[in-house]
Design a protein around this ligand. Structure first.
Ligand code: GDP
Length: 441
């Protein structure tokens, strides 16, 4: 069966691209154009007609990709037609009449690419991430993963384990013969290193920050201007600014991009002796949120007593004194100049410096680094399972349990890691990976 789909968004546009993949591709292109299909990978201008009536529909570029040199590894074609609703409908209707053709399922082109070994599962996931990327850092990370950086890391680990397993099995097999002893021990040392490497990778939060946004909590006493700071940074009225204390009763969040990284800015209820139950709940949430956030923006104001230590100032936090238009406040002792900002939301004084500091901080701590980062829960779960198996294997080995059982643990870990790229179990994982794909991809 040959599949087809509109691969550009529906609606009006300069051009629309319809893709075909499968063994009948060439024949269908020839029937639509009434000419021999173009040379592989060479664009040719063709008139597309209804093969039943001979009626011309549109003219456009036609590209043919010969198997296996295509995205799916099958014969493929791209029809670049004018991006009009009626034109697209008309061509799709014509295609639907070919008995050799059927519409593609969501993500089916990429799915074929995986099945035919052109990319692994992490690369397919990166194709979806690439399309969904809304910030530059997300897009860069997705591109790197699409080029195979993450898959190579995991496949490298799997191969290391395969080698360790082979050595261990040799050790088991020839245990009674005159082999230099201690091979098993050397292998276990390597496994221990790998286990730590995996654990460090799981703890590295950059992938999560890139996917879900860096959490920044704005905290401070009522009326110091927390809502005002949030509104200024968000450029819109997300929190109600009021002169009465305790108006922000819940957590108000806005999403923004800092240093190319998505961030979620949360204004929390004023931390103070809360009045009613709702307000107390607000304070509880504020404290929880603030403690768990990636960065805390501690806000106080001119004339206010220094921040109470309800939420500790942690490394990487920023301390802001607002209402600088009313008077200046000296930097509290123990704070670095780089962590202290005097601002006035009212006049805008000091705001550019604060924004620059936030940008740099987010980019330096949560932006891209050389090492590829963990990007999906699916990967995290598999790595955690793999890590558990390695840990168990090492414990068994050190307590003198038979090496066969240790080998079985290594095998289990290998299998879990292999599931990330699809080196094992690819068929059973396809539905999970391609659940969120759009048609035509
Ligand atoms: P929150 O309770 O900490 O969220 O504080 P709000 O943002 O609601 O602000 C409390 C009051 O302080 C409002 O009346 C604001 O207009 C005022 N305010 C905010 N920023 C400034 C500032 O920079 N200078 C002065 N003079 N007043 C400000």
């Amino acid at each position: 069966m040959t599949i087809y789909a509109l691969s550009t968004p529906p609606g009006r546009g300069a051009i629309a691209i319809i893709r075909l993949s499968g063994s009948h591709t060439q024949k269908i292109v020839e029937e639509l154009t009434g000419k021999a299909s173009p040379e592989p990978r060479q664009a040719a201008l063709r008139v597309l007609s209804d093969p039943e009536t001979g009626e011309p529909i549109d003219s456009g570029l036609v590209l043919f990709f010969q198997a296996p040199h295509s995205y799916t590894s099958e014969d493929m074609a791209e029809l670049h037609i004018h991006g009009g609703v009626a034109i697209v409908d008309c061509i799709l209707e014509v295609l639907s009449r070919f008995k050799e053709l059927r519409p593609a399922e969501p993500g089916e082109f990429t799915r074929l690419a995986v099945l035919n070994g052109r990319m692994d599962l992490t690369q397919a996931e990166a194709v979806a991430d690439m399309i969904d990327a809304e910030t530059v850092a997300q897009q860069k990370q997705a591109f790197r993963q699409m080029q195979g950086a993450l898959g190579e890391l995991y496949e490298g680990w799997r191969q290391k384990l395969a080698l360790s397993l082979a050595h261990l099995e040799a050790d088991i097999e020839f245990a009674d013969e005159d082999l230099p002893g201690g091979i098993g021990q050397a292998v276990l040392g390597e496994v221990a290193i790998l286990k730590d490497e995996i654990a460090a990778h799981i703890l590295d939060d950059r992938g999560r920050a890139l996917r879900h946004g860096v959490e920044i909590a704005i905290i401070g006493a009522p009326n110091v201007g927390k809502s005002s700071v949030l509104n200024y940074l968000a450029g819109r009225e997300a929190a109600i600014v009021s002169a009465r204390a305790g108006t922000t009763r819940d957590v108000v969040e806005v999403s923004l991009t800092l240093g190319g990284v998505p961030a979620v800015l949360a204004d929390t209820a004023g931390i103070r002796e809360a009045g009613d139950e709702i307000e107390r709940e607000g304070v509880r949430r504020a404290l929880k949120r603030a403690t768990e956030a990636d960065i805390r923006l501690h806000v106080t104001a001119f004339g206010e007593p220094a921040q109470e230590d309800e939420v500790r100032f942690q490394e990487g936090d920023i301390y802001v004194v607002n209402k600088q238009d009313l008077g200046t406040t000296p930097r509290p002792s123990g704070l670095l100049a780089a962590d202290f900002y005097e601002i006035s939301v009212e006049t805008g004084a000091g705001m550019p410096a604060l924004i620059a500091a936030l940008n740099t901080r987010v980019q330096e701590n949560f932006g891209l680094a050389e090492r590829p980062a963990l990007t999906r829960t699916r990967h995290r779960n598999a790595l955690q399972e793999g890590g558990v198996a390695l840990k168990r294997g090492l414990e068994r080995a050190s307590s003198g349990v038979e090496l066969e059982l240790v080998a079985e643990d290594l095998r289990l870990a290998m299998r879990e890691i292999g599931r990330i790229t699809g080196a094992v179990d690819v068929e059973s994982l396809l539905d999970i990976v391609f659940r969120d794909f759009c048609i035509g991809k």
